[in-house]
Write a protein that binds this ligand. Structure first.
Ligand code: PLZ
Length: 446
């Protein structure tokens, strides 16, 4: 087996970004690939390890995006590389529902064990976050024999037809892609920075609003599931106020509604817990995972109470590739790495450095309206100084500056005014602080 040359964990910008080689390949990208695809940083990647991406011009870029919260254990993490190589040498595909294999089962056993809840759980593996959300909804509807699904303002759940309907933001996710699936009901989200009511009573006021809407406009007995991200991802890292998720869970339990947590972006140690709902001891009936589950190989899961997951007739769920053996091998390497290397504690440590750095910047630069998030999932929301008015121009300038200096950061937010930070949990303190100093320069340059 060839062992990958270690990539030094330091930022190194040796050309303009994009460099000449990247420019050439990006021109081919424009020619060959659909114009409907977005592009965050204009470079072409050749290799990566831990928190450094190396482009074809030799630039070493600090990765504060983890491929949108995917490479939580770092890129090309050794246990994942070893297990993937071993698996592709054995077999690459049978289709689990045709001829099963053990590592699919092992991944499900680990999910059943590590997701919150002491009751018996069962899991199902699919290919993407959106597909997992779709399957959770299918199962919840089948089990409850109800149809309505309740989702929140600012939510993101995917790009397939059903998940577009579940997603809040029109542009770019939904514009021109309708008609959308019926029986989806959107309710208010307590987004504290933009909350018009009294912030002192936001939790109870939001719960009252949500339950009133459900009771009066849908009828609780018609609701199959309440679906929520414990911290909203694409919506701008909106953290629900303390007590909101437990309140929703209680309302769901009291009304026979399945409470589904979409932990696609928050899962796998990202927020300083294995799953973000643990922060307030919330135990969902079903939990949807993807992204961080398999270090970048396409895999996603639905885990839930056994009686719910077993309520579907045999062959009612499935798919050709779901739980592909190579992706499952990677997932086993991910679980092992998170546990053996103490990455939950590491996410908390990163959270302290990131939070302290961002709060210090917020006192220096009034363009930062709020710092929020948890663990290694934090963001700054940019405003017109002295107001809560969104400042998307500042966001664009900051991101462009960071990219030009070799720091990959991502945008987010309903108002396109959030810069989010999702570093791999193996990022060194030095690298993270270096990235924060670039962010400082970016803010100063505004
Ligand atoms: N649920 C909470 O964050 C994916 C989207 C990137 P898929 N978020 C990144 C983009 O621009 O398409 C996401 C999520 C939450 C579901 C999903 C969907 O996961 O694996 O992208 O389908």
């Amino acid at each position: 087996m060839t062992v990958k040359t270690h990539i030094p964990q330091e930022r190194r910008v040796v050309t303009a970004i994009p460099g000449p080689k990247s420019q050439e390949v990006l021109a081919r990208r424009s020619e060959a690939t659909s114009g409907g695809l977005g592009l965050s940083i204009p470079v072409v990647i050749e290799s990566a390890a831990d928190a450094i991406l190396v482009d074809i011009d030799g630039n070493h870029i600090i990765d504060l995006g983890s491929g949108i919260g995917v490479t939580n254990i770092g890129n090309t993490s050794q246990r994942v590389v070893d297990r993937v190589i071993a698996q592709v040498q054995e077999f690459t595909h049978t289709c689990f529902t045709v001829a099963p294999y053990i590592n699919y089962i092992e991944v499900c056993e680990l999910l059943n064990k590590h997701t919150p809840g002491t009751f018996k759980k069962k899991s199902l593996l699919v290919n993407s976050g959106a597909e997992a959300v779709e399957n959770a909804i299918k199962v919840a509807r089948h089990y409850t024999k109800r149809q309505a699904i309740v989702v929140f303002e600012h939510s993101y759940h995917g790009r397939t037809n059903l998940t577009m309907a579940l997603t809040a933001k029109n542009m770019p996710y939904k514009e021109g892609f309708g008609p959308f699936a019926p029986e989806i009901y959107r309710v208010p989200m307590p987004y504290s920075l933009h909350w018009v009511g009294d912030k002192a009573t936001i939790t109870q006021d939001a719960l009252d609003l949500v339950t009133h809407k459900i009771d009066k406009e849908i009828g609780a007995h018609n609701v199959a599931a309440i679906l929520i991200e414990p911290i909203q991802g694409e919506g701008g890292f909106v953290v629900p106020p303390k007590g909101f998720l437990p309140g929703l869970q209680k309302y769901s339990n009291d009304n026979g509604i399945i409470f589904i947590a979409d932990e696609v972006q928050t899962g796998f140690a990202r927020t300083g817990h294995m799953f973000a709902v643990e922060e307030e001891g919330v135990v969902p009936d079903m939990i949807v995972t993807a992204k961080g589950i398999a270090g970048g190989l396409p895999l996603a899961a639905v885990t839930g109470r056994a009686e719910i997951m077993d309520s579907v007739h045999a062959a009612g769920l499935g798919g050709t590739y779901g739980g592909n053996p190579v992706a499952c091998a990677a997932a086993l390497g991910v679980f092992e790495t998170i546990i053996e290397d103490g990455l939950i504690a590491r996410a908390q440590h990163i959270g302290k450095i990131l939070g302290d750095s961002l709060r210090a910047l917020a006192t220096k630069y009034p363009v930062i309206g709020e710092v929020r998030g948890r663990g290694a999932m934090q963001a700054i929301e940019l405003v017109v100084p002295g107001t809560t008015q969104p400042n998307p121009e500042a966001m664009q300038k900051i991101i462009k500056y960071c990219h030009s200096k070799g720091v990959l950061v991502l945008n987010a937010g309903t108002y396109a005014n959030v810069v989010r930070f999702l570093p791999p949990l193996v990022i060194t303190d030095e690298l993270l602080l270096d990235a924060m100093s670039v962010l400082d320069e970016a803010l100063a340059s505004l």
